[in-house]
Design a protein around this ligand. Structure first.
Ligand code: F0G
Length: 390
């Protein structure tokens, strides 16, 4: 069953109905009754990953899967972990949502899928659509998509439309053209089935370490924060957990429509038509899921934080030196954490999980330049290395 988060209207689940027929609001998939016999011990009889929690996902006969989810939770401090979503098949958390939404689309006979993207959704959709035998169309903000993501999108055979303007304009195109008339199925995070898959990130954290005190994550179009909060709400509803974490949502200084408004105590975001940040994945001025994000931040008694591009790059380098290669948007979790630690929001005793949403290989241009030592032959190379270690 689907429920409108705005007016509460309830309707039967239908993959093609992606906004409320009454008021146009965002839809959320609701599981009315506790699925029979679910428990952590049942889940643990299965492989770690999205489909481990299949009773809490839409029923699919044959999932379109690449083995997504089940990503490492890496401990980087006494009570601090990084959920390394870069370990997903296409290198970002988007794969969790794509396996569910593409599976449903396939069962409904969809042949063509479309999305707007800052890059990761495009790469993920292209891969899953190819696996399902569908054609994919991606609308990208020209010149603002990281190199690795473009390479993946091409490799998986998507048809690329580049538009002059930000992601938000690309999404306007998708919202206008997608639908049963054109047969183009939209796979942006306003699609509630993407959110269903992405909520499994919350289940996995709890499966491994129980409920943390804080979850810190970047906000772009605000799908992921909505998904993670939904995951926790469901776990509580079905008796799988008793307490709830707080959420900390991080945005970049030049693209902070939600974080800025939330910090100022506003009820609505401060949209911008000209978002700017080095973290191109979250270069978004008008996040479609803002209402779900505000709800998640409010209900969890969470906080929003704003970080500069310099803070993002510094955080990315620091994580790199811990062995964690993440793209700039993902490093904003850590940048936000370092900033929040200075205030009185988080304490030393808090158990904190940061979500590293995408892999460093996605955006090779954001890594530091290689400072190499030149050698013309074997002897010179050996001598230079000897000098360096002496
Ligand atoms: N981190 C990365 C690496 C992302 O690619 C995105 C979103 C986010 C964080 C933010 O997640 O939108 O759910 O709040 N990327 C989208 C895309 C917009 O098109 O790949 P969100």
């Amino acid at each position: 069953m689907l429920r409108c988060i705005q007016c509460g209207h309830e309707l039967k689940a239908d993959p093609w109905v992606l906004s409320c027929p009454k008021c146009g609001g965002l839809l959320s998939s609701e599981i009315k009754e506790k699925p029979l016999a679910i428990s952590w011990s049942l889940f643990r009889t299965r492989r770690f990953g999205v489909w481990r929690y299949k009773e809490l996902l839409p029923r699919i006969k044959e999932p379109v899967t690449l083995g997504e989810g089940g990503t490492p939770l890496v401990k980087i401090g006494k009570k601090i972990w990084v959920k390394f979503e870069g370990a997903n098949p296409t290198g970002s958390f988007k794969d969790r949502g794509m396996t569910v939404a593409v599976s449903l689309a396939k069962e409904s006979g969809v042949k063509n899928v479309i999305c707007a993207s800052t890059g990761n959704t495009a790469a993920s959709m292209a891969a899953y659509a190819s696996r399902a035998g569908m054609r994919s169309f991606v609308v990208l903000p020209k010149g603002k998509v990281a190199r690795g993501k473009l390479a993946q999108t091409a490799l998986h055979g998507a048809i690329v439309i580049e538009i002059e303007g930000p992601f938000d304009l690309a999404l306007d195109v998708v919202r206008e053209i997608a639908g049963p008339d054109t047969g183009l199925y939209p796979l942006n995070s306003l699609n509630p089935w993407r959110i269903e898959g992405q909520k499994t990130l919350a289940y996995e954290v709890v499966d491994e370490i129980g409920v943390p005190d804080w979850i810190i994550l970047p906000i772009g179009n605000a799908g992921n924060i909505s998904a993670i909060w939904k995951g926790f709400l469901e776990m509580r509803k079905f008796g799988l957990i008793r307490r709830m974490p707080k959420l900390a949502g991080v945005q970049a200084e030049g693209a902070a429509p939600i974080a800025r408004a939330f910090k100022e105590g506003r009820k609505e975001p401060l949209f911008t038509d000209n978002p700017k940040t080095i973290a191109t994945a979250i270069r978004i001025g008008r996040p479609v899921n803002w209402a779900k994000a505000f709800k998640a931040l409010r209900e969890s008694q969470g906080v929003a934080e704003i970080v500069s591009d310099q803070e993002i790059i510094d955080a990315q380098r620091k994580l790199g030196r811990m062995g964690l290669g993440v793209e700039p948007a993902s490093a904003s979790s850590y940048a936000g954490y370092l900033k929040l630690l200075k205030g009185d929001v988080m304490g030393e005793e808090d158990r904190i999980v940061m979500i590293a949403t995408g892999h460093a290989l996605k955006d090779p241009d954001s890594s530091p330049p290689v400072e190499s030592i030149r050698a013309l032959n074997k002897e010179e190379a050996i001598n230079k290395i000897k000098e360096l270690i002496s």
